[in-house]
Design a protein around this ligand. Structure first.
Ligand code: PAF
Length: 283
């Protein structure tokens, strides 16, 4: 695996590959890689000739009181995992390389409306940071395909919309949520969960599954279902950000006649904010 810290270095190699007609797959990450990320690399490997992964903890997508400074940075073990998983190029820029003109005056990419709800409502500016850095990364790597985990469902939906709206010549693909044996969705932020909390955090996934079953059996009282699930999560000792039964594409609150539905949730432990989701298609 070749490691690049500069845009020009990576571009030189990728230009050569493209001239040879090779197809480029891309997996953007913020590092602290787990099995979920490695599955994205494996998926990229299957449908592309060259696989690029980026590791960049993007300050632009963290709020002032969020965990940018303590976000787990595990560069050496990430490199080992990427080598083993068959990644060809790692792009690992520093802040100056990505934002040479500083953050305050950086041009931004804004995807309105669908970034104001769900995670966007409690993390103002977060998705603007994501769409901006992902656009930059797309311009740097110019991949044929980019792969994102379904775990960050809203991020995936926003990036799909951005690519469609801005005619970006990249195929956006998704990969299933990777779960621990008890069902907890894998996340770099799971390291913040305490030992005492750990047996109980699956309540989020349990609630999403319960709502899915209710909706599949014809219950359309979405707000009632959301309220009951929130209560169950609070009874388990956690804080609630949101539980929402949404239209899978637009992320608007689901309407009675919607067939593609995604149930999304976010809850707070002492030191972590955990998210999960579950999509269903009604007949
Ligand atoms: O999902 C992530 O790890 C990040 O939001 C991403 C897509 C790498 C952009 O910084």
């Amino acid at each position: 695996m070749k490691v690049f810290h500069t845009v020009s270095g990576l571009r030189d190699d990728l230009n050569n590959d493209r001239q040879q007609g090779l197809r480029v797959g891309f997996v953007p990450t913020m590092g602290n890689l787990h099995e979920g990320h490695l599955a994205l690399i494996k998926q990229a490997r299957e449908s592309n000739d060259v696989v690029v992964c980026s590791i960049f903890v993007n300050a632009l997508q963290f709020g002032l009181n969020e965990d940018w400074d303590k976000y787990p940075r595990t560069y050496q073990s990430d490199c080992d995992k990427l080598r083993e998983s068959g990644c060809d190029y790692l792009f690992h820029p520093d802040d100056i390389e990505m934002y040479p003109n500083g953050l305050d005056t950086q041009s931004r990419v804004i995807c309105p409306t669908m970034t104001d709800v769900l995670c966007g409502a409690s993390r103002p500016g977060h998705f603007e940071g994501v769409t901006t850095v992902v656009s930059k990364l797309f311009n740097i790597v110019q991949p044929d395909e980019a792969i994102f985990g379904i775990k960050d469902y809203q991020q995936l939906a926003v990036i799909r919309r951005m690519a469609e709206d801005l005619c970006m010549p990249v195929q956006i693909s998704s990969a299933p949520i990777h779960r621990e044996p008890d069902g907890l969705a894998m996340s770099s932020r799971n390291v913040y969960i305490t030992e005492d909390e750990r047996p109980h955090v699956t309540v989020l996934k349990d609630c999403l599954e319960w709502i899915a079953e209710q909706v599949k059996s014809g219950n359309k009282d979405f707000s009632g279902l959301e309220l009951q699930a929130k209560q169950r999560i609070m009874d388990a000792g956690f804080g609630i950000d949101y539980i929402s039964v949404s239209n899978s594409k637009t992320l608007d609150l689901a309407a009675d006649d919607d067939l593609d539905i995604t149930i999304l949730g976010a809850m707070f432990t002492e030191a972590a904010r955990l998210i999960d989701n579950l999509s269903i298609v009604l007949e």
